[in-house]
Design a protein. Structure first.
Ligand code: ZN
Length: 425
């Protein structure tokens, strides 16, 4: 999907965090595509067991060697800074400096992604290869460390978009905006969600769709807190969208309650696609589904991913870059979400409006010519004949598809014909 990939490329250089101007810039770019409502929650406000953090902003950061060369430079890659680092400007020995350096010995080419949201500190992240080069100069070598950041009372920025349907019942779709320059996690989710919302804006929908763009964890907690009553009343289920850009197999993370309508629909669609896929239990959750499914919240939120977070080497490193994701994978992910939504919209239970078999010729639903059919599909007549036995108000489209072994898309088409002819309600 060229549009999604282009949006990822545009947002990639921006330094995002829990709070700050990078998040506002990101949401304002998204606002040019879909009409989201951008909101601010003030620092210090108590939300359930949490407090809205101070706002963090950063302009520049580097480590300079004795020759005055910037050997680590935030402007080259924003993962070089521990996210939420305090300001600093001083000369220190390598012996002192290395206490605040983070690297991955087993992934020597990549910069790790490190945050310190709730403990005030500072630090730099670098590849192990770069660390070794510094180590060669010894413990007494002096460096200038410079971080031009601010951490002060401000606000936390988030956004939502409600697309009204025929019913007030809602499908909730949430993604997180807090990760800096990494693509699968989570520019893929953020940008796919944007274009999924655009697609639904252009459609007439049965359900109301609530799209949520928040910094992970604290953002979803704030969102639930501020909208608790309406969410509890209207949401029937939904998804957290993340990790949808790599070329791995699909992975479905189930809701906490497991056998919800979202689980049923998603697993059915995955089976129907006849590709290999992975299922993960809720116990392996790690994103905002933790909050949305929490006891007492129970919004029944699953997550369709490509390769799940923590299950690939590039996870939370600079290796998760623009080359790690692909346009084809993004398109596949968008398509599966569209398919699931199509089935959510249509997976209803119907009941016959008449007793005993309908006289199909009367409705032009069967041809007089043997072997022909007036329905769109070759075996449309066959489908209707089988279908009517299960239109008793107890079976949804998925149940019927399994019982009569026909594709859900064909069943929906034929059901629409029966509705048009007032044969079912
Ligand atoms: Zn992450």
């Amino acid at each position: 999907m060229i549009e999604i990939y282009d949006l990822i490329k545009k947002l990639y250089p921006i330094c995002r965090s829990l709070t700050g101007n990078g998040n506002r810039e990101t949401l304002n770019i998204i606002k040019n595509i879909i009409p989201i409502n951008i909101k601010e929650e003030p620092s210090g406000k108590n939300i359930y067991d949490w407090t809205v953090p101070k706002e963090w902003n950063i302009k520049d950061a580097y480590i300079k060697n004795k020759k005055g060369e910037k050997i680590i430079n935030f402007k080259k890659h924003n993962l070089h800074i521990v996210n939420y680092s305090l300001p600093i400007n001083k000369y220190i020995s390598f012996k002192e400096l290395k206490k605040n350096l983070y690297y991955l010995k087993d992934k020597p080419n990549w910069i790790p992604y490190i945050t310190s949201y709730y403990k005030e500190t500072w630090g730099f992240c670098l590849s192990y290869n770069d660390y070794i080069k510094m180590e060669e100069y010894g413990d007494d070598e002096e460096y200038q460390v410079f971080i031009d950041s601010t951490l002060q009372n401000g606000s936390l920025t988030y956004a939502d978009l409600i697309i009204r349907g025929q019913t007030n019942k809602e499908i909730l779709i949430s993604t997180y905006i807090c990760h800096p320059s990494m693509c699968n996690d989570n520019l893929s989710g953020l940008c796919l969600t944007t274009y999924l919302a655009k697609y639904l804006l252009e459609n007439k929908n049965y359900y109301t769709y609530r799209f949520i763009f928040v910094p992970e964890t604290i953002g979803s907690i704030i969102y639930i807190h501020n909208n608790f009553d309406i969410l509890k009343k209207n949401v029937i289920g939904g998804y957290v969208i993340t990790h949808v850009g790599d070329q791995g197999e699909f992975t479905y993370l189930k809701t906490r309650n497991e056998n919800t309508i979202i689980d049923k629909i998603t697993i059915f669609i995955l089976d129907e696609m006849k590709q290999k896929y992975k299922i993960r239990n809720f116990l392996t959750c790690g994103s905002d589904e933790r909050q949305y499914n929490f006891p007492g919240i129970d919004l029944n939120i699953g997550s369709i991913m490509k390769t799940k977070y923590t299950e690939f080497a590039e996870y939370h490193t600079s290796g998760d870059d623009l080359n790690f994701i692909s346009k084809i994978a993004l398109e596949e992910s968008l398509n599966i979400y569209k398919k699931c939504i199509f089935l959510i919209e249509n997976n209803k239970k119907y009941k016959m409006n008449i007793l005993c078999e309908p006289f199909l010729s009367k409705y032009n639903l069967i041809s007089d010519i043997s072997g022909q059919s007036y329905t769109k599909h070759k075996n449309g007549y066959g489908i209707i004949k089988k279908l009517v036995y299960y239109l008793d108000g107890n079976n949804d489209i998925i149940d019927i598809s399994k019982k009569i072994d026909e594709k859900y898309i064909d069943i929906i088409d034929n059901i629409n014909l029966l509705i048009k002819n007032n044969i079912i309600i």
